[in-house]
Design a protein around this ligand. Structure first.
Ligand SMILES: [Mg+2]
Length: 237
């Protein structure tokens, strides 16, 4: 049976804008304390990428990175750090998890049109609580026969998912925005892949100049997915 495995964040719903909004709010707090918002933001972006190694994709990472950036630039500027400012920065940043993530244009329509011919699986990476809420907020859960939240999407995790859901790799596709999570490991496991490299954060920037693996198509929007899949020839059909 042909299966399409969809990614969630920045494939079906947009999270980057939420991060931008939260970062802007945290930056204002830093600026109000008299420090440079610009320096803070540069540092915050670096620290946040470094912190993936320590915190992974836990919901604490982003607010911690924001608070640490305040400490680093405050110390650098020789000012006395103010715990209240640090906490306000953390809180402003943590608002990223309180706001619902808007759906990517056409997300629901596309899943509805695919659902008659495809078994649809949602495989999303991140913290259980945050992802669970995003799935609920999205209103898309009913289009999927299976939903899975994982803390990483490497080859090992993909293999387990393939086995657990009896996915036939040669008749199945992974659809996602992250080359390293949605494309590379899925293709290594024998699936084909549709890569939609939408707006992504620094951690994913290294994906800009990758060489496309075999059986991988790069599309510029989710709206192109149904026509593209229809145009493929299926040995199973
Ligand atoms: Mg994603």
């Amino acid at each position: 049976m042909q299966t399409a495995v969809f990614d969630g964040d920045d494939t079906l719903w947009e999270t980057e804008r939420l991060y931008d909004d939260a970062r802007r709010a945290a930056r204002s707090v830093v600026e109000e304390s008299g420090l440079s918002g610009n320096l803070w933001e540069q540092r915050q972006r670096l620290i946040d990428v470094e912190n993936v190694r320590i915190f992974g994709f836990s919901p604490q990472r982003f607010p911690i990175s924001c608070a640490q950036a305040y400490e680093v630039i405050g110390t650098g500027a020789g000012v006395k750090l103010d715990d209240a400012v640090g906490e306000a920065v953390y809180e402003a940043a943590a608002s990223v998890f309180a706001s619902p993530a808007p759906l990517v244009d056409g997300a629901e329509e596309i899943l509805r049109s695919l659902a008659s011919d495809w078994r649809l699986i949602l495989l999303t990476k991140g913290a259980m609580e945050v992802q669970g809420r995003r799935i609920d907020d999205s209103g898309l859960a009913d289009y999927f026969t299976e939903l899975r939240i994982v803390d990483r999407k490497n080859e090992e995790v993909w293999s387990k998912i393939i086995e657990e859901f009896a996915i036939e790799p040669e008749a199945s596709w992974s659809v996602g925005n992250s080359f390293h999570s949605d494309i590379q490991p899925a293709v290594s496991c024998g699936l084909s892949a549709i890569w939609i490299p939408a707006y992504v954060w620094e951690h994913e920037h290294e994906q800009a100049d990758v060489v496309l693996p075999e059986r991988t198509a790069r599309l510029s929007s989710l709206r192109e997915v149904p026509a593209f899949l229809d145009s493929q020839e299926w040995s199973e059909r």
